[in-house]
Design a protein around this ligand. Sequence first.
Ligand SMILES: Cc1cc2nc3c(=O)[nH]c(=O)nc-3n(C[C@H](O)[C@H](O)[C@H](O)COP(=O)(O)OP(=O)(O)OC[C@H]3O[C@@H](n4cnc5c(N)ncnc54)[C@H](O)[C@@H]3O)c2cc1C
Ligand SMILES: *[C@@H]1O[C@H](CO)[C@@H](O)[C@H](O)[C@H]1NC(C)=O
Ligand SMILES: *[C@@H]1O[C@H](CO)[C@@H](O)[C@H](O)[C@H]1NC(C)=O
Length: 486
Amino acid sequence: MSAASIRSLSKSKQTARIVIIGAGTAGIAAATRLLEQGFKNVLLLEAEDRIGGRINTIPFADNVIDLGAQWCHGEVGNVVYERVKDLNLLETTEGHYETFRCVRSNKEVLSDEVADNLKSIAFNSIPERQTELTDYKGSLGDYLTQKYWKELEKLPAINQTIAEEFLENFHKFESSVEAADHLYEVSGRGHLEYWLCEGELLLNWRDKGYKSFLRLLMQSKQNNPDDLGVLKGRVLLNKRIAQINWTGADEVLIRCWNGEVLTADHVICTVSLGVLKEQHSQLFVPALPEAKVRAIKGLKLGTVDKLFLEYALPPLPKDWPGFCCLWLAEDLQELRSSARFWLESVFGFYPVSYQPRLLQGWIIGEHARHMETLTEEQVLEGLLWLFRKFLPFDVPQPVRCLRTQWHANPNFRGSYTFRTTMADELRTGAWDLEAPLLDIGGRPRLQFAGEASHKHYYSTVHGAAETGWREADRLNSYYRSKTAQL
Ligand SMILES: Cc1cc2nc3c(=O)[nH]c(=O)nc-3n(C[C@H](O)[C@H](O)[C@H](O)COP(=O)(O)OP(=O)(O)OC[C@H]3O[C@@H](n4cnc5c(N)ncnc54)[C@H](O)[C@@H]3O)c2cc1C
Ligand SMILES: *[C@@H]1O[C@H](CO)[C@@H](O)[C@H](O)[C@H]1NC(C)=O
Ligand SMILES: *[C@@H]1O[C@H](CO)[C@@H](O)[C@H](O)[C@H]1NC(C)=O
């Protein structure tokens, strides 16, 4: 036996050095679970100057806003919900994404009756565990479009032009749920792989934000907003990793962008699918196996951005809980040939719980990526133009405007993942992303966690947390079986 393998075999939970790349949900979940299991040498390396990753709660207006994850999606089988349900932290979000007005680009507001009919047809066309989808070969876009028009035949009184404008808008709304550029790249069949947790789908964190969940995992001190709890002294910020070299049987070499090299016995990599797509061929030595590269190519991390507008007073009339934008064909054509073309993918503005002076808008896809390259002034100018175009009343000047840039940031390169039709073609999926890389003796050396690696709860915080725990448990069972053998 080589000296290196003897060294590695003599490692125990007390001495094994575990490095976790990324201090987002998956990294924090993995680290806290490893410590619970008795591992002593656990270190998180984070590229940003803050922890949390795609959970980013910041002070804003009357309390806080979430630039990333905002709601706990569902209850049954949702580990986030399970952890906090008795702590009075979550609250149902009242109808913000149901009661909005539908406004056309000629300022015409759809009647409640027409709007309600169109909303209910559209929402009912989304496949939730619909068995007819099991053998469906097309995209979610094909499925949704066919179903929508079929259902609409039952309501001949609804004007086709308006129904079409609404469908266009709904496609964008649903694309934001998926984080897809458009629904024709989302696998229809693959949609069944995503498990919806039963119960309330939009549970908000009151005036505290999603960060509350991470604080709970870390057991942060109540009175200190920056307390890392059990992770104190175990997180290195501003440590962007450039290379993970797991050649040979001995330790893994981790090189930071500034040239510094750290060593570990095990590495758990939690960087986003977007970072993997851009970096994997340089990041890993030796190169990743074929199957994993296929998963990195086949799955997709799309772009969804938020647009926050803060006003001195609540900006919309009382009977306007928010609105979505329906484009008349001729107006859209004109917009497309202007510099404001990106506004086409801003699909609506909605209230924010506990923030009466805010409006939250959403933008998706290619146009979101373009918006990220504009200055904040240009973004604001565009949004005010959009309000003037659509709204039949004046909206005051906001006191502050803020937009997210999830794609432009090299530590994310997007928002959350979905299963593409190409992933079906390549017969790949989260299971290939999850697979750990072991040495000849079956010892995990390089493990993968993060929302994209969850087979059923990808794109969510509860999914990300489970993947962190999964990889901690994998190491724990390795060390348990190892002790049993001795
Ligand atoms: C706009 C938006 C809205 C969302 N809304 C919701 C929601 O309402 N509900 C919900 O459940 N989910 C939501 N999500 C998804 C949710 O935020 C993510 O699924 C989850 O936070 C991902 O956690 P993660 O640990 O997998 O990845 P991340 O949080 O991305 O963590 C990975 C970490 O790795 C770091 N990193 C990257 N590259 C390197 C490197 N080279 N070296 C070192 N560190 C590196 C990153 O900085 C990051 O901190 C939303 C996401 C976005 C962007
Ligand atoms: C539907 O609405 C459009 C636009 O408002 C209008 O031009 C058209 O005449 C309407 N069609 C019918 C059948 O009412
Ligand atoms: C990776 O590490 C090995 C030693 O374990 C070393 O020989 C090799 O040169 C390294 N590769 C790179 C590309 O740095």
